[in-house]
Design a protein around this ligand. Structure first.
Ligand SMILES: [Zn+2]
Length: 328
């Protein structure tokens, strides 16, 4: 199945510090270079200007989003069972929360043929979305580059010894961003609607400043706001908008709704509603099938929010169901 593409969702959004300094550490500390601070913001070459610029690495954003999705999943169903949501840092195969990648590797070490269905079926909610060492991620996030010149400031900090209440380290100086807008693009492929719903909840919390990113969470650093800029929903391999049952230009269609020979082997969640009608208002028909792809786009924040929020019911149904990923 996953050698083919069925559905694709691309969300472009902007991230800004929300009355809170932001620091994603570069790992390059002062020491040999006296011009550097103790903690510096990560930099790379800006692809548009060709100059060094601070940025938010996609891997860092993805890590934040993953751990928050895990937290939501564990919170809504604390007794979800070992396949509901694993702990990527738990590498003990006897543990009930062992990282799916580790468990699947161990379990299938002797198997000659390892169908990808088996790895997907045996992977938890988080791994089905963000991947593990055995299955590729269905979600990607691009590096977020600044749209304008971000405002950088220097802050001083100390680390306090918890037992003696004295300064354990420092003072050290840090380079933080206090104003700026960083644009990123999230892409989700071959997805179920509960996955979009879970991401919609996590993104909402991130944008409300409840999920800090980067360094200094306990100092109140890293709270951000999000602004949705563009949403595109695509169906690759389609030459016409309708197939008699579905309208690919106006529906958000679950992976489970497509037919393919080995579908049953993936152990997908059986959605109650596996296709959502999308609002036509503000929709742009980007691809009409001439190139074998149907793509519809939305550019206004309110419509994008409405579409994303419409999938939360699918996440709720999944969370409240008895279903849990399983290899059996
Ligand atoms: Zn997992």
């Amino acid at each position: 199945m996953f050698k083919r593409l069925f559905n694709e969702l691309t969300l472009t959004f902007d991230i800004s510090p929300k009355e809170s300094p932001l620091l994603i550490k570069s790992g390059r500390e002062s020491g040999v270079d006296p011009t550097l601070l103790d903690m510096n913001f990560v930099r790379t070459i800006h692809p548009l200007t060709g100059e060094m610029a601070i940025y938010l690495p996609g891997s860092s954003l993805k890590g934040t989003l993953r751990s928050y999705c895990e937290k939501i999943a564990r919170t809504v169903r604390p007794d979800g069972g070992s396949r509901w949501c694993c702990d990527p840092f738990d590498l003990d195969v006897r543990s009930s929360t062992v990282f799916c990648g580790k468990r699947l590797e161990q379990k299938n070490a002797d198997a000659k043929k390892k169908p990808d269905t088996l790895f997907y079926k045996g992977s938890c909610l988080a791994c089905r979305t963000f991947g593990n060492t055995q299955i590729a991620s269905h979600l990607s996030l691009s590096d977020a580059y600044p749209l304008d010149e971000p405002k950088l400031e220097q802050r001083d900090g100390v680390a306090i010894d918890r037992i003696f209440n004295t300064v354990a380290a420092g003072p050290f100086n840090m380079e933080v961003v206090t104003k700026g807008t960083f644009r990123t693009k999230m892409m989700l492929r071959n997805f179920q609607l509960w996955q979009v719903g879970l991401l919609a909840v996590a993104l909402r919390e991130l944008g409300n400043g409840r999920v800090p990113i980067g360094f200094g969470k306990s100092k109140g650093f890293g709270r951000v706001s999000l602004t949705y800029q563009k949403l595109e929903i695509s169906y690759p391999g389609r030459f016409s908008k309708q197939d008699g049952i579905r309208d690919f230009s106006r529906e958000l269609i679950d992976l489970e709704s497509f037919d393919y020979p080995e579908k049953e082997d993936y152990g997908l969640f059986a959605e109650k509603i596996n296709s959502l009608k999308l609002k036509g208002e503000g929709a742009n028909d980007i691809d009409d099938g001439k190139f074998g792809r149907i793509t519809t786009g939305w550019n206004d924040t309110a419509s994008i929010e409405e579409i994303l929020n419409s999938t939360i019911g699918n996440w709720r149904d999944c969370a409240l169901s008895k279903w849990s990923p399983s290899e059996e």
